[in-house]
Write a protein that binds this ligand. Structure first.
Ligand code: KG4
Ligand code: ZN
Length: 341
């Protein structure tokens, strides 16, 4: 069984071929950093045009690298949303065309389901149900993954996502685009000043997040201390990264209690999405899982940020369960994961 996965919902054009053993036959990712850098963020119109320019070339490259033809495929999967609608349309139209021409099943996948299931490709010990911290540029939520297509949301952000706040703080500090990875590098050279910034939802009686107050606190600090020295920039990065991680840990502590009570057979705590590439966050969540008798796992770092493998794998898991789509599927700018249940 071989599935082609296509991803074009934000600023990465990506495709990959995976098989049912979880072997990655090929994976190509083209990041549109150069297109968006001078704007300091993703411009939807530019993203859509760039996807259109590259997508067929990338699919050819992925097929060639894997040494496969369309007739070797079992299904075509695509991120059908949520995301920037222009890019999603490009991916969905391309996937439908390939599926129609080659008489293949068409599998629209929720982009978040791609993030939610990828861990199972590399770590076969991860069984349902598992507790998932999904933290990307567009989303920040805690879910119980009960099965393929079965999600129960325990909490989400009431304003920004963690990834968005990494990007905005990096922009304020002028440390380059994309923000998250650059901020992590600078944080490694800085001191963690625990009281510098607030941990917004600490102790709140739910599993929700908030990052906008933290972002504003960083902005005030920067404005008050102009011009910042390189050391101060590094300290802001380390202290901000600490506050984001502390917020996530605090919210997860509550979620773990709920998870253990409602799903006593659950064994794993998983982190996924672009921010899961952050090694400081990964090591702290590993520790948290340990303290709570859970096993920590996460997708390999290169499959945390958007890629084709996660869509191909989620498509394969859906296909195996008979959960394919139909050609009247409409690209979706919004699409909540728990609505799949
Ligand atoms: O999953 P993703 O590639 O795209 C969305 O689905 O949104 O996540 C992108 C987000 C960006 O906000 C980026 O800054 C963040 O993930 N990110 C990181 C790191 N690598 C990517 N944040 C913190 N540390 C990183 N190493
Ligand atoms: Zn994503």
């Amino acid at each position: 069984m071989i599935v082609l996965g296509i991803e074009s919902s934000c600023d990465e054009t990506a495709c990959a071929l995976v098989n049912e053993k979880g072997e990655i036959l090929s994976s190509v990712v083209w990041s549109q950093y150069d297109e968006h850098r001078r704007f300091g963020g993703v411009v939807p119109e530019i993203a859509a045009r760039a996807h259109l320019e590259k997508i067929d070339l990338l699919i050819k490259e992925a097929m060639d690298k894997a040494g496969k033809n369309f007739k070797d495929l079992s299904a075509v999967a695509v991120a059908g949303g949520p995301g920037l609608i222009g890019g999603v349309l490009v991916g969905v139209m391309t996937a439908k065309s390939i599926a129609l021409c080659h008489h293949l099943p068409f599998v629209p996948v929720n982009h978040l389901e791609g993030h939610a299931l990828t861990v199972r490709l590399a770590d076969k010990s991860v069984q349902f149900p598992y507790l998932l911290m999904l933290t990307s540029g567009g989303h920040c939520q805690i879910l119980v993954v009960e099965g393929v297509g079965k999600y129960c949301k325990l909490g989400g952000t009431i304003d920004d996502s963690a990834g968005e706040s990494f990007d905005k703080v990096a922009k304020m500090l002028n440390i380059g685009y994309p923000g998250g990875p650059n901020l992590e590098k600078r944080a490694k050279q800085g001191r963690i000043l625990k009281d510098l910034f607030p941990i917004p939802m600490k102790g709140k009686n739910n599993c929700d997040f908030s990052f906008s107050g933290l972002k504003t606190a960083v902005r005030f600090y920067i404005e008050k201390n102009q011009p910042l020295t390189e050391e101060q920039i590094n300290d802001v990065c380390a202290s901000f990264q600490y506050a984001v991680t502390a917020e996530i840990e605090d919210r997860l502590k509550r979620a773990i209690r709920i998870f253990k009570e409602k799903y006593p057979i659950g064994r794993h705590l998983i982190v996924s999405g672009g921010v899961a590439a952050n090694q400081y966050l990964r090591s702290h969540l590993n520790e948290l899982a340990h303290q709570n008798n859970l096993t920590f796992s996460a997708p390999p770092i290169q499959y945390c940020t958007d890629n084709g493998v996660m869509i191909a794998w989620a498509g394969l898991e859906r296909f195996q369960q008979g959960l394919t789509g139909t050609f009247d599927f409409k690209a979706r700018p919004r699409w909540s994961l728990d609505s799949l249940s």
